[in-house]
Design a protein around this ligand. Structure first.
Ligand code: F6P
Length: 570
């Protein structure tokens, strides 16, 4: 008011009124334009956006629903020459790109699907769908990946389409059911795939992290439907893994494995089986449409020759990135691995845990027996020995004629404040800790020490490396070997801490298909038993005798004549 009352202030007053009137007119006009624009955009359904000036287009799409936003982003990309190849074939114009995009949206509503991909949380469950012809290593990949993911805390399960098919056709019959023109066969196969996917979805809905659908998914239509169902209807993430195998040697090896281990061929003669599998592959080859990044809007990883070359397309997300990393390091080949605990140690004899004790006299005898056994094997194939950094494993491996690699990650479970105690002493000094450990041995961590879960974590790189090795002899410890064997045998995590891995026994693992055959080779050298079963009573208020009921027998002091038959003195 002070301003208005001064001289010449009527100019300012006039100027303010002028601005107000101007703004009112502009407001009315622009509202009118927006109304027209809305109508226009509904009629032209997106085609006009190419002709619209960029500025107007941006204003309009900001208010549009996500599908239109997605399209406007594509246009924006197409206008930037450096990014043009991402959305259209080289040489095509922006208008063509839009038309193509529209066609794709109509015939294969994938544009809307990829929009969903962006909205689905990083933490949403993931479906992995295998793609490829028979004998290309899909099941190998599925089961190895499942083992790896489970180990890393992602609850994973494989849903094998052929198992569902076998439920419908108790007897496999012949290759004919895979012919494209066999309507009955196709119906059974479609139904089996549907059931496998349903179960996979149920698994994910129950709160698990990853489901692996081990099917062929060889046509674009199958993949499009699966992609859309998973993303749009279920709100889960999806990653396709295509297995391609051009290497004839690898292919033959895979075929031999199928003939040996597939339930389809267990009742056929070898000749019949070979002929049947060959024809089955021919039927599939006629229908196979390899994944084409130009035609399919899916995220996928292509694995060639069982991991020789790995390529990725539109792979995003934490889990997917981890999977890609694992696949890149993967080599699938027949394997034989040997595992053994160190020979009986002086601590084992008196029932003490942990420490860095030397071998007992009987432990040294085992070391000799082991060396003889392994050196005889080494004549056939070059071997390599991995030990821990503790002296009992190094002493055990000393006589083996092969390169040795001591690894800290193979050291025994660190028992923290209980290192060097017997189980009886633990019960006496830390009864509560002893009970807690019995309640949940997998997760229990010794104060200032480790849990089984900790061992699993530190073993990850060793296991990844070991998966690609052949002829390695691992000389380790009870808890560490429980975890390693548990990994290869796909044991339930809660069962790991109670697996039986006796002293003076070589455990031989031989790969057969995607599984491992186990042989326990017991050496004729006496030793104590160190396996303590879970007692019935795990309560912290239990009596000492209840707590100690499963403690294996041991000596109180180290006998001097241990190498003789000392069984009676126990
Ligand atoms: O008793 C031998 C030993 O290797 C100990 O050093 C180690 O603490 C123990 O086995 C692990 O077994 P558990 O987890 O059953 O106590």
């Amino acid at each position: 008011m002070a301003l208005l009352s001064s001289r010449g202030d009527w100019y300012i007053y006039f100027w303010l009124i002028y601005c107000k009137i101007y703004l009112a007119i502009v407001g009315v006009f622009s509202n009118h334009c927006r109304g027209t624009d809305k109508v226009h955009s509904v009629i032209t359904a997106g085609v006009s956006v190419v002709q619209s000036p960029g500025g107007l287009h941006r204003v309009r799409t900001r208010r549009r629903r996500p599908l239109q936003q997605h399209r406007s982003k594509l246009v924006a990309l197409a206008r930037r020459p450096s990014l043009r190849r991402i959305v259209m074939a080289p040489g095509a114009s922006a208008v063509h790109a839009m038309m193509e995009d529209k066609e794709k949206t109509l015939h294969r509503p994938l544009a809307s699907v990829s929009m969903h991909t962006r909205r689905i949380s990083q933490f949403a469950p993931l479906l992995i769908a295998l793609v490829g012809l028979p004998a290309r290593g899909k099941s190998q990949v599925a089961h190895r990946l499942s083992r790896h993911l489970n180990w890393n805390g992602e609850s994973t399960k494989v849903f094998d389409c052929s198992e569902y098919r076998r439920r419908h056709l108790a007897l496999y019959g012949r290759h004919d059911i895979f012919r494209a023109d066999n309507q009955q066969g196709s119906a059974v196969r479609r139904q089996s795939a549907r059931e496998a996917v349903q179960d996979a979805m149920l698994w994910l809905k129950e709160g698990n992290s990853v489901a692996i659908f081990d099917g062929t998914n060889i046509t674009r239509d199958q993949r499009r439907e699966l992609n859309e169902y998973c993303l749009s209807e279920m709100g889960f993430r999806i990653l396709f893994i295509e297995c391609v195998c051009e290497d004839q040697e690898l292919l033959e090896r895979n075929i031999i494995e199928i003939l040996h281990y597939s339930a389809d061929y267990k009742d056929m003669s070898e000749e019949e089986a070979v002929d049947d599998l060959r024809k089955k592959m021919e039927h599939y080859m006629r229908q196979y449409e390899p994944i084409d990044a130009e035609l399919e809007d899916i995220s996928f990883v292509r694995v060639e020759n069982m991991g020789e070359t790995v390529t990725a397309h539109k792979v995003a997300g934490q889990k997917e990135a981890g999977i890609l990393g694992y696949m890149s390091g993967m080599r699938v080949m027949p394997q034989t691995l040997y595992f053994t605990r160190h020979g009986e140690s002086e601590y084992n004899v008196v029932g003490r845990i942990g420490g860095d004790a030397s071998l007992s006299a009987r432990g040294q005898l085992y070391a000799q027996a082991l060396a003889e056994h392994v050196n005889a094997l080494a004549g056939r194939a070059p071997l390599c020995v991995w030990t821990s950094e503790l002296q009992r494993t190094k002493q055990t491996a000393a006589g083996i004629r092969a390169p040795k690699r001591p690894l800290r990650a193979l050291n025994e479970l660190d028992a923290g404040i209980c290192e060097g105690l017997t189980y009886e002493e633990m019960q006496e000094r830390f009864p509560q800790e002893f009970a807690w450990r019995d309640q949940d041995k997998l997760r229990y961590r010794y104060p200032w020490g480790e849990s089984y879960i900790d061992i699993m974590t530190r073993l990850r790189p060793v296991l990844s490396a070991l998966e690609d090795e052949h002829g390695v002899v691992v000389v380790g410890h009870q808890a560490v070997l429980r975890c390693m064997l548990g990994y290869f045998l796909d044991a339930k995590l809660d069962e790991l801490p109670y697996m039986t891995v006796p002293l003076h026994t070589i455990v031989k693992l031989t790969s057969c298909g995607y599984k491992y055959r186990v042989e326990m080779i017991k050496m004729p050298v006496d030793c104590v038993d160190t396996h303590r079963k879970q007692p019935m009573n795990c309560s912290i208020t239990r009596s000492a005798s209840d707590a100690l009921v499963t403690v294996p027998s041991h000596y109180d002091t180290l006998p001097s004549n241990l190498w003789q038959n000392t069984e009676a003195q126990l």
